[in-house]
Design a protein around this ligand. Structure first.
Ligand code: SF4
Length: 375
């Protein structure tokens, strides 16, 4: 069981908080699609003979690709790999791209899961973020997608900006629940250095994020969504039963995946590989057999342990004591055992059926706890 990720590094405009790899110039789009097709051939041995259960178009904005471009990539994947007949095929889309015609195209391509970047229902906040859509488009895009037969829909929300407060966050959550989507990914806004927001923060045009307010919004979100049958299965992700993201769940469970396109990462259990984050260099180097377009790192035992702790602790499944025992040396597991009891005493982690899982209080400090458990 493995997954394929395809990074589409183009966006209509740069959101002010975003530090993903993308370009707002679409001039290289068709060359880049051709380079992805070439990369799929070049990487054939990586997941050879594995069954592909998930395909994920991320970005950037994959909904900017034409039907033909998406078709070419999918056709190549289907010809190259054993893709399961019930594979989850996700495409990230922005609301402004989801016209009726676009949705018909995506249906024809047998995309069966949409991840729509709504982010907010507040027009003032959307403008501040430099999103390319309005609040009305956010809502109507979901309804249009449902009308066109997409029932497995995830939406992205951002909380914690200067526009967020408890009252309007409750309204945002209620509106989202009423939309009847099956999955919600919700991220606390962070200020990244190389973004417009990061710049504005540095020159004191914007204030730091209020952590206390963010924690309050986070806990409200868990409470409200859980009361409405969403399962909080990863720190930033909620799904109705049977609607968790299989692609991301496999990633958090340490299952191997291959990533195509600039900046895409791949993981085979013992090594990590990442493609260069530059569209023209990626195209040039993929087409030039003498140039490398990726870097690779063999993960040491402690790297693998840290990676396992970081990803598993954030999930509903938690850290599995059996995995620790079977996969890692006694030196590493002894160090873990010495540290973990302090978090159990502080009621930040529980141990049930051999699984170490974060409590509600622990969820507020997930990354900090994980880094303290690192070796
Ligand atoms: S948030 Fe999404 S749409 Fe906005 S710049 Fe980043 S990748 Fe592009």
């Amino acid at each position: 069981m493995s997954g394929i990720y395809i990074h589409i590094p183009f966006c209509k405009q740069a959101c002010h908080y975003c530090d993903f790899h993308f370009s707002t110039s679409l001039t290289l789009k068709s060359n880049l699609v051709q380079a992805i097709l070439t990369e799929i051939d070049l990487r054939l041995p990586y997941l050879k003979n594995k069954n592909i259960e998930t395909i994920y178009f991320g970005g950037g904005t994959p909904s900017l690709l034409s039907e033909k471009e998406l078709f070419l990539i999918l056709e190549k994947i289907y010809k190259t790999y054993n893709v399961s007949s019930h594979a989850e095929i996700t495409l990230e889309a922005n609301p402004d791209d989801l016209s009726i015609e676009k949705l018909k195209e995506l249906k024809r391509l047998e995309i069966n899961r949409l991840s729509i970047g709504l982010q907010s229902y507040n027009d003032e906040e959307l403008i501040w973020m430099n999103r390319a859509h309005t609040a009305a488009e956010s809502e109507s895009s979901v309804k249009r997608s449902q009308d066109k037969g997409f029932e497995n829909i995830s939406i992205d929300l951002i909380y914690g900006s200067k526009f967020s407060n408890l009252a309007n966050w409750k309204r945002t959550l209620d509106k989202t629940i009423a939309l009847d989507v099956k999955h919600i990914s919700s991220y606390n806004l962070t200020i990244e250095d190389k973004t417009k927001l990061g710049h504005d923060f540095k020159v004191k045009k914007e204030l730091a994020i209020d952590d206390e307010k963010s924690s309050e919004l986070f806990l409200e979100m868990i409470d409200r969504l859980e009361k409405n049958k969403f399962i909080h299965y990863e720190i930033s992700n909620f799904g109705k039963e049977s609607y968790f993201s299989n692609h991301n769940s496999n990633y958090w469970k340490g299952i191997e995946y291959i990533g195509f396109g600039p900046s895409a990462h791949s993981f085979d259990g013992v090594s990590r590989q990442w493609n260069i984050s530059n569209n023209s260099l990626y195209i040039k180097n993929v087409n030039d057999k003498n140039e490398s377009y990726f870097e690779k790192e063999i993960l040491s035992e402690s790297d693998q342990f840290n990676e396992y702790i970081l990803t598993s602790l954030r999930t509903i499944w938690g850290i599995d004591a059996e995995v620790l025992k079977n996969k890692f040396s006694s030196e590493i597991t002894n160090a873990f055992n010495q540290k973990i009891n302090a978090y159990i005493s502080k009621e930040m982690i529980t141990l049930t059926n051999n699984q170490y899982v974060l409590t509600s209080n622990g969820k507020l400090f997930a990354d900090k706890i994980a880094s303290e458990l690192f070796v």
